[in-house]
Design a protein around this ligand. Structure first.
Ligand code: ZN
Length: 343
């Protein structure tokens, strides 16, 4: 359906001023998908100004209770208002960010689904659905945890650096700061969220371990797994890993992933390794030398903090979220954790 430009101009120059509170147009926007409203902004300057002026009103009403955007918006806060009153208000750009996070989590669910196969003699389809439901239900919490633990550690690090002036920060201080930041995020999770997020992270980490190192010991590449979890966009890196690891994936994709991870390793070390920044040398060997100094470990991300929280809440003995068969290692694997009790 298309209208001549003159007719459209006539419509909105007439309609917008005629509706005193523009209530109707706001209402229409609120009932319209956010992607269509971004397109609407491109129609004319009048529509752009209208949408921009009412952006937070429209965006607030988009957060329909129970929708994935509503859940995501509770975990990833809207930006502080441009007016300068310190209040957080959702914007269209903010929704675009939430949607990107949702897409990444869903892509990862697709790869994880491919890794987990239900027990052969049971009702396979239903079982696998449950495995993925655990991930689908708690993937946003995983992303929330990894994102904010990194952000808050950076903030803590800046505060610690300001206090200790010229002294380089000790790796031990950064590690304990990281642990306390993680614990404070975990306190916001209720018991079931804590347990299922714990399982979702076990599921994710074990899937990566098995893909990265199909032959035992499966933890031989744990340093790389830890760096993936501590990246700025950890789940995007997981998606990239699985995409490169797929049978038939172009060889260049794997090479690109490993190159990108070299960059992430250097960046993460400078940010969170503590001590002096690695020296640069013409030969390029400094990166190799500095790599041996700092060795991030998988349990430092989530697992140690979660273990403490589970113990404090008396939740060490809980039920797994499921048992699934992983063909690559010919063994059953819990969608759970070592603390899970089957009965
Ligand atoms: Zn468990």
């Amino acid at each position: 359906m298309s209208y001549p430009v003159q007719a459209l101009t006539a419509i909105h120059t007439k309609i917008i001023p005629v509706l005193p509170a523009s209530v109707l147009i706001i209402d229409i926007c609120c009932r319209t998908d956010w992607r269509d409203v971004t397109r609407l902004r491109l129609v004319s300057r009048a529509f752009k100004e209208f949408v921009d002026t009412n952006e937070s009103t429209i965006a607030t009403r988009w957060m329909v209770p129970g929708s994935y955007l509503a859940l995501l918006s509770q975990l990833f806060y809207p930006p502080k208002s441009r007016i300068g009153d310190g209040i957080r208000r959702p914007t269209i750009q903010y929704f675009c960010g939430l949607e990107k996070r949702h897409i990444t989590c869903s892509q990862l669910a697709y790869y994880l689904c491919d890794k987990a196969v239900a027990p052969i003699n049971s009702d396979g389809a239903e079982e696998i659905d449950k495995a993925i439901l655990i991930w689908l239900g708690f993937r946003y919490y995983v992303l929330h945890f990894l994102t904010y633990s990194r952000l808050r550690l950076e903030a803590n690090k800046a505060a610690m650096a300001a206090e200790s002036s010229d002294e380089p920060l000790a790796p031990g201080d950064l590690n304990s700061s990281y642990l306390s930041v993680q614990s404070s995020i975990i306190t916001t999770f209720d018991n079931q969220t804590l347990i299922s997020t714990h399982h979702a992270l076990h599921f994710l980490v074990n899937s990566i371990r098995l893909s990265m190192s199909p032959e035992p010991p499966h933890k031989q590449n744990d340093e790389l797994v830890a760096i993936i979890l501590r990246c700025q966009m950890p789940l995007n890196r997981c998606v990239e890993f699985f995409a490169a690891d797929c049978p038939g994936a172009p060889r260049g994709l794997r090479k690109q992933f490993m190159q990108d991870m070299e960059g992430e390793r250097a960046d993460t070390e400078v940010r969170f390794g503590g001590g002096a920044a690695p020296r640069r040398s013409c030969s390029g060997h400094s990166r190799e030398a500095s790599r041996r100094k700092w060795s991030p470990k998988v349990p430092e991300v989530w697992f140690e903090a979660a273990k403490v929280a589970l113990a404090e809440r008396g939740l060490q003995e809980h039920k797994p979220d499921g048992v699934y068969f992983f063909p690559e290692c010919s063994q059953e694997l819990l969608i759970g954790c070592p603390g899970c009790k089957l009965k």
